[in-house]
Design a protein around this ligand. Sequence first.
Ligand code: UDP
Ligand code: MG
Length: 312
Amino acid sequence: MVVPCYNESLNLSSFYLNVCHQIHTIQAQINLAIQYEFIFINDGSTDNTWEILTQLNNQDNKIHCINFSRNFGKEAAILAGLKQAKGDAIVLIDADLQDPVELIFQMVKLYHTQSIDIIYAKRINRKGESAIRATFSEAFYKISQVISEVKIQSGVRDFRLMSKEVADAILELNEYHRFSKAIFEWVGFNKMCLEYEYIPREAGISGWSFYKLFKYAIEGLISFSTLPLRLTFIFGMFFSIISFVYGGWIIFDTLLFGNSVKGYPSLMCVIIFLGGIQLIALGIIGEYIARIYEQVKNRPHFITRRENDPKK
Ligand code: UDP
Ligand code: MG
């Protein structure tokens, strides 16, 4: 279990008890001896989350804690947790009890019986969320559907079970600015979705301010699309074509009928021509920057399955 925690002191004890109860239920019902560990990541909390984690750690030797030096954000916490996790399967879950703990049972069962690599949770409604946040979230998903190379569905949570193989693939993407929602999609593997109704936060407040969410959304759009860079080139081409046609027309018109404003036709031709050329040049530079950008992200070119050759 990988659990990012930011100011979750009010939720941690009941979260821990709830999950332990779930694991014991699974063990009893499907008669499966599960060995498990908890990895809690304290993401620079300002309340006494760390004290509670240390107490839990003293009580239970299955609990491991990572303490960040400051608030690095949930993405960094997920990364640290995945790096540390040793299990065959990893469940990533929020500490605030907004992710229904009962789904862990179904996730483990599906993983165990059908060997599905990723079983993720999806919220079927946005009930309880503020209207502004819901509108912006929906807008983000719509834009990203159009411009992004990976399609993320609205309502899909980070809450999921993934096999170690998937986690290793995710760790191979060592880009600095991480956007897990898209990374989870990008790595592929077979997936299954479990749907659930929205659950309000048990206690505490969401660690995501509007600004943090906005920054995160921009991250999501920029990390998985170079379309914004390409647009300059497309605009440049578009305006150049218009400028050539218009320039041609001005020359033709001036030669045939003359133009009463001296210097206007030649000035217009020069302005629109140079404008178009500049945008094309910017677009070409953009194309190169896009490639440099892709390269410095240093992503693997592909990810293979461990058993991809049946003869081996
Ligand atoms: N979280 C974190 N660092 C942050 C913000 C949030 O580790 O900077 C954790 C938080 O403790 C929780 C999970 O990420 O376990 C989801 O956060 P939150 O509940 O605030 O997000 P929401 O449910 O509103 O999307
Ligand atoms: Mg939450």
